[in-house]
Write a protein that binds this ligand. Structure first.
Ligand code: HEC
Length: 100
């Protein structure tokens, strides 16, 4: 019983005390429209002019690298002062969560 309590406290602290905020998919959906990703990649991450992003296989690091400096000249770069890593993580999580 005592060890269960200790484990609970430890896991609460793991979430609350960790430096990296956890991504939030609902926020991601908002950032995605706010930053106009939908204009090229489509509402819901698909059926746009540019690559389909819904259900992306890209890991977060690759995703962030593309957002910071896109390979395609048609996509604008989003520096940290425009789109924070936290907000990018939210968008990434939301896109991953979309069922195809
Ligand atoms: C002006 C149009 C435009 C906007 C706005 C835009 N993109 Fe893109 N994006 C592109 C194009 C073009 C590509 C290259 C792939 C292609 O030609 O479809 C691309 C590629 C990507 C890729 C790589 C896809 C892959 O599978 O290789 C990611 C990830 C991405 N965009 C994310 C975003 C995010 C997140 C936003 C909003 C913060 C955004 N893009 C806004 C046009 C755009």
């Amino acid at each position: 019983m005592l060890s269960l309590l200790a484990a609970t406290i430890l896991s609460l602290c793991f979430h609350a005390c960790s430096d990296s905020p956890r991504p939030n998919a609902a926020d991601g959906e908002r950032w995605y429209s706010l930053h106009r990703c939908n204009g090229c990649h489509g509402e819901g991450g698909s059926d746009g002019k540019a690559a389909e992003l819904a259900g992306t296989d890209l890991g977060f690091r690759s995703f962030l690298a593309i957002v910071r400096s896109p390979e395609s000249p048609s996509m604008p770069a989003y520096p940290p002062e425009k789109l924070s890593s936290q907000d990018t993580a939210d968008i990434h999580l939301w896109l991953q969560s979309i069922q195809q």
